[in-house]
Design a protein around this ligand. Structure first.
Ligand code: HEM
Length: 226
């Protein structure tokens, strides 16, 4: 019951933030504050993540608690990294920063475009500058990919249950597809269908992370357990 009440509060809060976001625009100008968009988007992702977490608890009621899995902390770090990446994704979308530097892997002909450091004070570039937020989003993506490849390699050295095997494979595929979708969304200057697929891909990726987080809490007793 307490878990369901938390879920209800999260859902209500999501609605409240939606109203708060729409209040910042949309009447005369079809645009909203990118900060409010990011808040609304991240609460949607968190509500989804918690719902999925609760569902996983029902799907796998018998967890054999042999010993804490050393990958548990890495999964936590990955969860945080993906959330931060999603927030900067919302900044890119909210500022229409996917309409500049439509090249990959470089930003134009530079690895770090001059525009990235154009605004003063310097940190404003990374939260309000088009070049700066895009810079954070494109380079943090490499970090997320690297973290997943690391977890994948480490996991394959453990004795894995079928759900764990399935989980790490899904994670690797999800991040590969999501990365490519991001690159193509940028290269084609954000067509609606690619933008939507990229947003959906982020849900699938976060879902895979939550699945891994749930399945890798404990070491496996036998390779055949769930
Ligand atoms: C690998 C992890 C990645 C994740 C989890 C991720 C997630 C997201 C999210 C949640 C959004 C906001 C979508 C929306 O609100 O419409 C977004 C937007 C965007 N992302 Fe990513 N992204 C990733 C990688 C990339 C990469 C590698 C690129 C390009 C190099 C990229 C380019 C973009 C662009 C251009 C947008 C703006 C789309 C729009 O204006 O609707 N992303 N991303």
């Amino acid at each position: 019951m307490p878990k369901l009440i938390i879920l209800l509060i999260m859902g209500g809060f999501q609605g409240l933030l939606g109203w708060y976001m729409v209040k910042s625009g949309l009447v005369k100008n079809p645009d909203v504050s990118h900060y409010r968009l990011a808040m609304h988007l991240i609460t949607a992702f968190l509500t989804f993540a918690y719902t999925f977490w609760l569902a996983l608890g029902l799907m796998y009621p018998k967890q054999v608690k042999v010993a804490v899995n050393p990958l548990k902390e890495w999964f936590r770090m990955l969860f945080l990294a993906v959330l931060i990446q999603i927030i900067w994704g919302a900044f890119v979308a909210g500022l229409n920063a996917g309409r500049v530097y439509n090249t990959w892997p470089k930003m134009g002909d530079q690895w770090i475009a001059e525009g990235v450091t154009a605004m003063q004070p310097w940190y404003v570039n990374f939260i309000e500058g088009l070049a700066g937020v895009q810079f954070v989003h494109r380079y943090l993506a490499y970090g997320v990919v690297a973290l997943i490849v690391f977890i994948f390699i480490k996991a394959k050295k453990q004795m894995l249950s079928s759900s764990q095997k399935w989980g790490v494979n899904a994670l690797l595929i999800a991040v590969g597809v999501q990365f490519l979708l991001g690159v193509f969304t940028l290269l084609y200057t954000v067509p609606v269908n690619l933008g939507l697929l990229h947003q959906l891909g982020a849900f699938v990726l976060l879902g895979s992370v939550v699945f891994g987080l749930h399945r890798f809490r404990f070491l496996n007793a036998t390779a055949s357990s769930i």
